[in-house]
Design a protein around this ligand. Structure first.
Ligand SMILES: O=C(O)CCC(=O)C(=O)O
Length: 299
């Protein structure tokens, strides 16, 4: 079986692509979970969230997409079948009166069980960055390979992303993929990994659109899986990830949300009632390409 990421096709079960392993066997043993997170660079946990809560969050996002006129209403709304040639949607923001309709989504990713899980994993009280990143990736869409640190690296580096699919995500719908080993790419971490998209005038936060080079030249290996509603994957700021192309006719809906120790510094762009977010990225004129930046890093 071959899966498409950008313009490349990766064969499952080859040096380019393998499957993610889940950590349900050690759930409840936080020492082992945190060891595994450090070792593998990620934790895949099946049925972390309650399925009904996922469904409520999904419904809230589907309603937004429908209000934007992006859903093909010949089909059940909840299936989120896209109209032809529509773009994706990003509903980033914080819980607020304006975002009242997304309350089930905010509840899903900040409830007591989620926060307790992170507190135990981090060994002290956890907080979640107020800003959340729910998104609907359209047919044909995908996300390029990147470290999250380039978007949110102004506070602690010990910050974790939880990627929550808001519904089942089959191979066809473009699941997220981890680049195994990338948490140890010291040269990449010490150059690209120090980039800040709001400071450095680089046109994209994506390190590469070529998944093959990340295997052939950097010795990583892509890993993915099919996700069922309720599953999550958790990873650190220096875990390169990307998504496969959404080859289906529906939106692939998911959210990425962030957690860290409450005692550590936060990135001011993503906290508070009215976080400033990416205040410069995408607005500047004198941009360099990531290829140019990579030359200066010797990568
Ligand atoms: O859902 C996606 O396609 C991108 C998600 C992502 O980059 C992240 O979780 O950090």
């Amino acid at each position: 079986m071959k899966l498409q990421m950008g313009n490349a096709y990766l064969e499952m079960g080859s040096k380019y692509l393998t499957t993610l392993r889940d950590s349900n066997d050690i759930l409840g043993d936080f020492n082992r979970l945190s060891e595994r997170l450090a070792e593998d660079g990620y934790l895949l946990i099946r049925q972390f969230h309650n399925k009904e809560n996922i469904q409520l969050a999904r419904q809230a996002l589907v309603d937004r997409l429908n209000n934007q006129g992006k859903i093909n209403t010949d089909y059940p709304l909840i299936d989120a079948i896209a109209k032809e040639d529509v773009k994706g949607s990003f509903f980033g923001g914080v819980p607020s009166d304006e975002n009242q309709d997304l309350a089930p989504f905010y509840e899903l990713v900040t409830n007591e069980e989620v926060m307790d899980f992170f507190s135990h994993l981090l060994g002290e009280e956890a907080l979640t960055l107020d800003y959340k990143w729910p998104r609907a990736v359209p047919p044909g869409g995908n996300t390029g390979a990147h470290y999250d640190i380039v978007y949110m690296g102004r506070g602690t580096k010990d910050l974790y992303t939880m990627w929550t699919p808001l519904g089942n995500v089959t191979y066809e719908q473009g699941p997220l993929a981890m680049l195994l080993g990338s948490q140890h790419f010291e040269k990449v971490k010490n150059s690209y990994g120090k980039m800040d998209v709001d400071r450095d005038h680089v046109e994209t936060g994506w390190f590469s659109n070529d998944p093959i080079e990340l295997v052939d030249h950097f010795n990583g290996q892509w890993a993915t899986t099919e996700f069922e509603a309720g599953d999550v994957i958790i990873f650190g700021m220096f875990m390169m990830h990307s998504s496969f192309n959404n080859d289906s006719d529906s939106f692939r809906m998911s959210a990425d949300t962030r957690y860290q120790a409450a005692s550590e510094a936060t990135d001011e762009r993503w906290v508070g009632k009215n976080p400033k977010g990416h205040y410069a990225w995408g607005k500047e004129k004198d941009l360099i390409t990531v290829e140019e930046a990579r030359k200066t890093w010797g990568l």
